[in-house]
Ligand binder design. Structure first.
Ligand code: GDP
Length: 420
């Protein structure tokens, strides 16, 4: 599936707390619904004698997306005067994690919806936990169904206090807490006069305040080498620019080795496509001044904005292996074009379907588990934290011939672990 453009926001929360209603309202208020969607839902409501549900408006998008697409999240695009957004609606946290980690959906921000009357529930916590695993920092907590608690300021504050305490334990510090009624459209696109005590922005204005991540072209150069071709007496380094730009004459550093040289030429087939600069998204071939017998797997970057170079990193992984992931077993790790032997050194915590926290001692990860793991590679590799760069911050774990897990790097600093 083609990834849609726009700032990507995932909406999570306990079932029935009002995720779909809030999304439906946002779409309705920004005129982002497909033609006829509102009429259709109104008609069905009338025919069945049921109340009009904003949540049903989302069905129109699901229909649209059902055509042979493998991703199991729905992506809905909408616009404000400020910019473009993509709302990611996942049927459950497993699907969302799987899609996030595999790269099918890349949420940059999250709305965590909590029912004001029911307060913080198991899934509200689980979803908070999930955001921390993914390192999503731009989080707004939406306290919904404020109409059911008479728009009470004290109820709002007590739900906020409970959630804050839980999330801070995970290192998640939401940027805002917003009291709303998705059903009645309070504090969605308009400031609510039912809650004059609330001085913050309604959801729409609040998301417009989010700082979008730098576009991939403005990020530090990442040029993973795919192949090196010998051509006459020259060696052409080929690959795809994954971030930033590369210009003839640039001083570059080749990671993880750290040798420095200068870009001599950017190759071209004809005079017409001759260029001095190539940018993120382009496949290219270059030559460099000093020949270091470069090879596939190395990453070309610029001095001063190198990736992390280490043989150890902390990651969140989604396990889909036929057999369990076990500590110290040898696997193959593929990250960008690098391939290296690796092992799991420590399983820090696991989320499974039935419990929120990892059991005391965890020494394996089973099918469909999501876990935080410390990996050690045989040789140092070059990588980034996923939040900084999605291509050099994501990897797969291969067991024999099978892709058994997908992961994202959440920290790369050297992690102190007693050597065995
Ligand atoms: P989801 O499972 O989180 O997507 O929840 P839905 O959006 O489907 O909402 C679940 C139920 O709560 C539906 O019957 C909604 O009409 C109702 N609901 C959602 N938001 C509100 C609200 O702000 N006020 C009230 N009173 N009901 C709401």
């Amino acid at each position: 599936a083609q990834e849609k453009d726009g700032l990507k926001i995932v909406v999570v929360g306990h079932v029935d707390h009002g995720k779909s209603t809030v999304i439906g309202r946002l779409l309705y208020d920004t005129n982002s619904l497909p033609e006829g969607a509102v009429d259709k839902v109104k008609r069905i409501a009338k025919e069945t004698g049921k109340p009009f549900e904003y949540a049903y408006l989302l069905d129109a998008f699901e229909e649209e997306q059902k055509q042979g697409i493998t991703i199991d999240t729905t992506q809905i695009q909408f616009f404000t005067k400020q910019r473009e957004y993509v709302i990611i609606d996942a049927p459950g946290h497993k699907e969302f994690l799987k899609n996030m980690i595999s790269g099918a959906a890349n949420a940059e921000a999250a709305l965590l919806v909590i029912d004001a009357k029911q307060g913080v529930q198991e899934q509200s916590k689980r979803h908070g936990y999930m955001l921390s695993l993914l390192g999503i920092k731009k989080v707004y907590v939406v306290i919904n169904k404020m109409d059911l608690v008479d728009y009470s300021e004290s109820v709002f504050h007590s739900v906020v206090a409970e959630m804050k305490e839980f999330l801070s334990g995970l290192g998640v510090y939401p940027l805002k807490y917003i009291p709303v009624s998705g059903f009645f459209g309070e504090n969605i696109s308009q400031q609510s006069d039912k809650m004059p005590w609330f001085k913050g922005e309604p959801i729409l204005a609040a998301i417009d305040l989010l700082e979008p991540a730098a576009g991939i072209g403005n990020k530090p150069l990442r040029f993973p080498i795919q192949d090196v071709y010998k051509f006459d007496d020259r060696r052409i380094i080929a690959g795809r620019i994954e971030a930033g730009t590369l210009t003839v004459g640039d001083e570059i550093i080749i990671c993880p080795g750290g040798k420095k040289t200068t870009v001599q030429s950017i190759e071209h087939w004809s005079e017409r496509d001759k260029k001095q600069t190539v940018s993120a998204g382009e496949s290219t071939g270059i030559t460099v001044k000093d020949e270091f017998f470069n090879k596939r797997g190395e990453i070309i970057t610029r001095v001063g904005s190198e990736p992390i170079i280490s043989n150890r990193f902390r990651a969140s992984i989604f396990w889909m292996g036929k057999t369990d992931l076990v500590l110290h077993k040898k696997y193959k790790l593929k990250l960008a074009t690098q391939e290296v032997e690796c092992e799991a050194e420590q399983i820090v915590r696991v989320i499974d379907a039935t419990q929120l926290h990892a059991t005391e001692v965890v020494d394996k990860i089973v099918l469909n588990d999501v876990a935080e793991v410390i990996f050690k590679t045989k040789e140092p590799i070059a990588f980034d934290v996923f939040q900084q760069n999605h291509v050099t911050g994501r990897f797969v774990v291969v067991d024999g011939y099978d892709v058994a897990g997908g992961g994202i790097v959440i920290a790369g600093e050297k992690i102190a672990i007693a050597e065995k």
